[in-house]
Design a protein around this ligand. Structure first.
Ligand SMILES: Nc1ncnc2c1ncn2[C@@H]1O[C@H](COP(=O)(O)OP(=O)(O)OP(=O)(O)O)[C@@H](O)[C@H]1O
Ligand SMILES: [Mg+2]
Length: 330
């Protein structure tokens, strides 16, 4: 497809634990169109990070991957990233794919000045002639991501910055090579709401000015509504529902999505009265014969326990894997 940047096709990731293969990501299909921000949302442990990490080949050694991760280059060539050797994949990370992680303190080197850390990315990928040129680019970008006095801040160490500032440095590091794709794995969970809103705005602005696509990983539907164009709802390693953001918010079809939407914290609301989805995610490796969500579902019917729902087309680019979505709509 002309407007597609990345396609995950039947992506399956499993980890080996005590001689058993435990499926974590189970046949996921995701399309990232050029220039769009795609949300991947779901509760803790559902496999969001594993999905993202498989794109960059950053999975634990015990993990096995099958399926395809198709990268559509500007010249029309399509490369399956699952077949690339590690060194080739590393070369893509930076110039083609940038990643922002959840906890900037663990991703930044505490012993190195922040400016040098960002400059290092340019030097490793040989995108500048020398350190002076790298420093000049980094200072300009630090200013662009909202770090005041960037010439001075260049020489700061990570511990001298606030959490929000460190996350801005991470964003600078991820976009310094002007990648085609930005993967942001819960980039604002460690921040308070005001700083969160600023960082989300910054990511949106960066995507616009660098013509980047992005995968925004979050457990918060509020974040999705803030910056995403389309969204994939994940539960226990599977995509339960996908649609344009406006569609999903107007017409959520899967009972799990409805639960996620009703648990968005609202400013001023008493957190004690926050609605939650009853039950917990079942233990990993205990595979259900039927729908993974049925034991927590309020709209379940008999066959949900015995049959696995296939994805159905609900119209207007909206897809759902649920037997009872039509009934739930009435
Ligand atoms: N190195 C590993 N070895 C074995 N299992 C792992 C490993 N890393 C993650 N897992 C398991 O894989 C499942 C999915 O993990 P993943 O990190 O993708 O979840 P997530 O959706 O990103 O959650 P969170 O919102 O908490 O970040 C989890 O149940 C986790 O316990
Ligand atoms: Mg995660």
């Amino acid at each position: 497809m002309k407007d597609t940047l990345l396609e995950l096709k039947d992506l399956t990731v499993s980890v080996r634990q005590e001689k058993k293969e435990i499926p974590i990501v189970k046949g996921v299909d995701i399309v990232i169109p050029k220039g769009q921000i795609v949300g991947l949302v779901g509760e803790s442990g559902c496999g969001k990070s594993m999905t993202a990490r498989s794109i960059m080949g950053l999975l634990p050694p015990s993990a096995g991957v099958s399926g395809q991760i198709l990268w559509h280059d500007t010249d029309g060539t399509v490369t399956d990233l699952t077949g690339l050797r590690e060194n080739k994949l590393r070369k893509m990370c930076g110039p083609k794919i940038g990643m922002i992680f959840q906890e900037p303190m663990t991703s930044l080197n505490p012993m190195m000045r922040i400016g040098d850390q960002v400059a290092e990315v340019l030097l490793i990928h040989k995108l500048v002639k020398n350190r002076a040129e790298a420093a000049e680019k980094v200072i300009r970008l630090l200013g662009e991501v909202g770090i005041s006095d960037p010439g001075l801040r260049y020489r700061s160490y990570p511990h001298e910055l606030s959490g929000g500032m460190r996350q801005r440095v991470m964003i600078a590091m991820a976009v310094i090579c002007e990648p085609d794709l930005l993967i942001a794995d819960e980039p604002t969970t460690a921040l308070d709401v005001t700083v969160e809103a600023q960082i989300l705005k910054l990511i949106r602005r960066m995507c616009g000015s660098y013509h980047m696509s992005a995968i925004m990983i979050t457990h918060n539907m509020g974040v999705v509504s803030e910056i995403c164009d389309s969204v994939y709802v994940m539960y226990m390693g599977r995509i339960m529902e996908r649609a344009a953001v406006s569609q999903l918010f107007e017409r959520p079809l899967h009972p799990y999505t409805k639960g996620l939407l009703s648990s968005i914290p609202r400013i001023g609301a008493n957190p004690e009265y926050l609605e939650t989805i009853p039950g917990n995610i079942p233990e990993l490796g205990k595979e259900a014969v039927g729908c993974d969500f049925c034991i927590r579902c309020s709209e379940d019917e008999h066959r949900c326990f015995f049959e696995h729902p296939q994805e159905e087309d609900a119209g207007e680019g909206h897809f759902v894997s649920c037997f009872s979505w039509k009934r739930g709509e009435r």
